[in-house]
Ligand binder design. Structure first.
Ligand code: PEP
Ligand code: MN
Length: 364
């Protein structure tokens, strides 16, 4: 199915004839539509920067707790239409159920997106897909709240199955217990894996919902550019501090423009100097081969340890020994310029593989 998907994926630059969207495409606008004035002011300011391609606004807001602002509802779609007429920009809206789809289509919204809380639910995604049968509109699919790539791909397949070929994936980060720096941890390996599995899918980063604040918006946007993303969705508001939702992460339209101006947009291939890069890549490949060979040797030793422990009735895990290994490696790694986080993650993965090997030997 994913193979079929790949064939028909339309590049974001070709979503609208004649629009000539350059990379990155920039989608911006308020978290929520609040009033006609707020929409018109924010959107005309965005358009005046000349840096924005698509206006976004949340019309129906899925909120964790009832009683918070849950979106202005269909009325807001008319404000979006007015903003579109005033600016000539395309519009995008989040849809979470069939009613939202009909309302958005009726009001001439140009692009739909499916939010993180909807992507997690295949029933909801399928209902939206069924409502879209026979409709030719671009649909962007945010990653699910949890770090489950299959759920993300599943939603893409369901929408594609409805005959939609203009599909984009929005990376907005993943809820993670204990994460402090980000509202939603980026976990870049997941969108990277999505691109590996569906190479042609346009990938858009939403730094606003990853960061949950203003401080890291630029660095996350730059990182997305360096990973060759096709676009950015950044929340903006004429008066961010007084926004009715997501006040901490929104920025004024001029700040959006300033960030776009300062982004280094690099290409996947250099015009010259490729041979130097090829050389470095050769070195990396060689190191990777050597590391794998070393792992294989390490696991052979683990097998021997397993045999020894079996013969002598010793448990696989000795807490003190594991603690020593970990602390020693973190210390040594830090001296060699490797982050403690990386060393811990790497060693835990190796340790688990080692336990699996010993388990196999001891219980076969
Ligand atoms: C939003 O874009 O305002 C939104 C609700 O985002 P998410 O689905 O990523 O939480
Ligand atoms: Mn928001």
């Amino acid at each position: 199915m994913v193979e079929q998907l790949t064939e028909k994926m339309v590049a974001v630059q070709e979503w609208f004839p004649g629009m000539g969207l350059e990379r990155p495409i920039i989608i911006s606008g308020p978290c929520s539509a609040e009033s006609e004035e707020q929409m018109m002011e924010t959107c005309t300011q965005l358009a005046a920067t000349g840096k924005v391609d698509v206006l976004r606004a949340g019309i129906w807001k899925p909120r964790t707790r009832p009683g918070s602002f849950e979106g202005i509802g269909s009325e807001g779609l008319q404000w979006l239409t007015k903003a579109k007429e005033a600016t000539g920009l395309k519009t995008a809206v989040e849809v979470a159920n069939v009613k939202h789809v009909y309302e958005a289509l009726k009001n001439g919204v140009d692009i739909l997106w499916i939010g993180a809380r909807t992507t997690v639910n295949p029933f909801s995604v399928q209902e939206i897909a069924d409502a879209l049968k026979g409709v030719d509109i671009p649909v962007m699919i945010k990653n699910p709240i949890n770090a489950d790539i299959e759920l993300w791909i599943g939603a893409i397949e369901r929408i594609h199955g409805a005959g939609i070929n203009r599909i984009g994936a929005i990376h907005r980060g993943f809820a993670k217990h204990g994460e402090k720096k980000f509202r939603n941890a980026p976990q870049w390996q997941i969108p990277i894996e999505l691109k590996r599995r569906i190479p042609d899918i346009p990938l858009i980063c939403d730094p606003s919902h990853i960061c949950g604040n203003r401080e890291n918006l630029f660095s996350i946007s730059q990182e997305a550019m360096d990973l060759n993303y096709d676009g950015l969705m950044i929340e903006s508001h004429r008066d961010p501090n007084n926004a009715w939702s997501d006040a901490k992460q929104q920025v004024v339209p001029e700040r959006v423009a300033e960030m776009i101006e300062n982004l280094e947009v690099r290409t996947e291939k250099a015009e010259n100097g490729e041979s130097l890069l090829e050389g470095y890549r050769g070195q990396i490949d060689q190191y990777d081969d050597e590391i794998l060979a070393l792992f294989a040797q390490r696991m052979k030793v683990a097998d021997n340890i397993g045999l020894y422990k079996k013969e002598h009735g010793v448990t696989i895990l000795q807490g003190k020994r594991w603690d020593e290994i970990l602390n020693h490696a973190i210390d040594k790694g830090e001296k060699a310029g490797l982050s403690a986080e990386f060393v811990e993650r790497y060693l835990k993965a190796v340790h688990q593989e080692s336990i699996n090997h010993q388990n196999e030997v001891m219980n076969s």
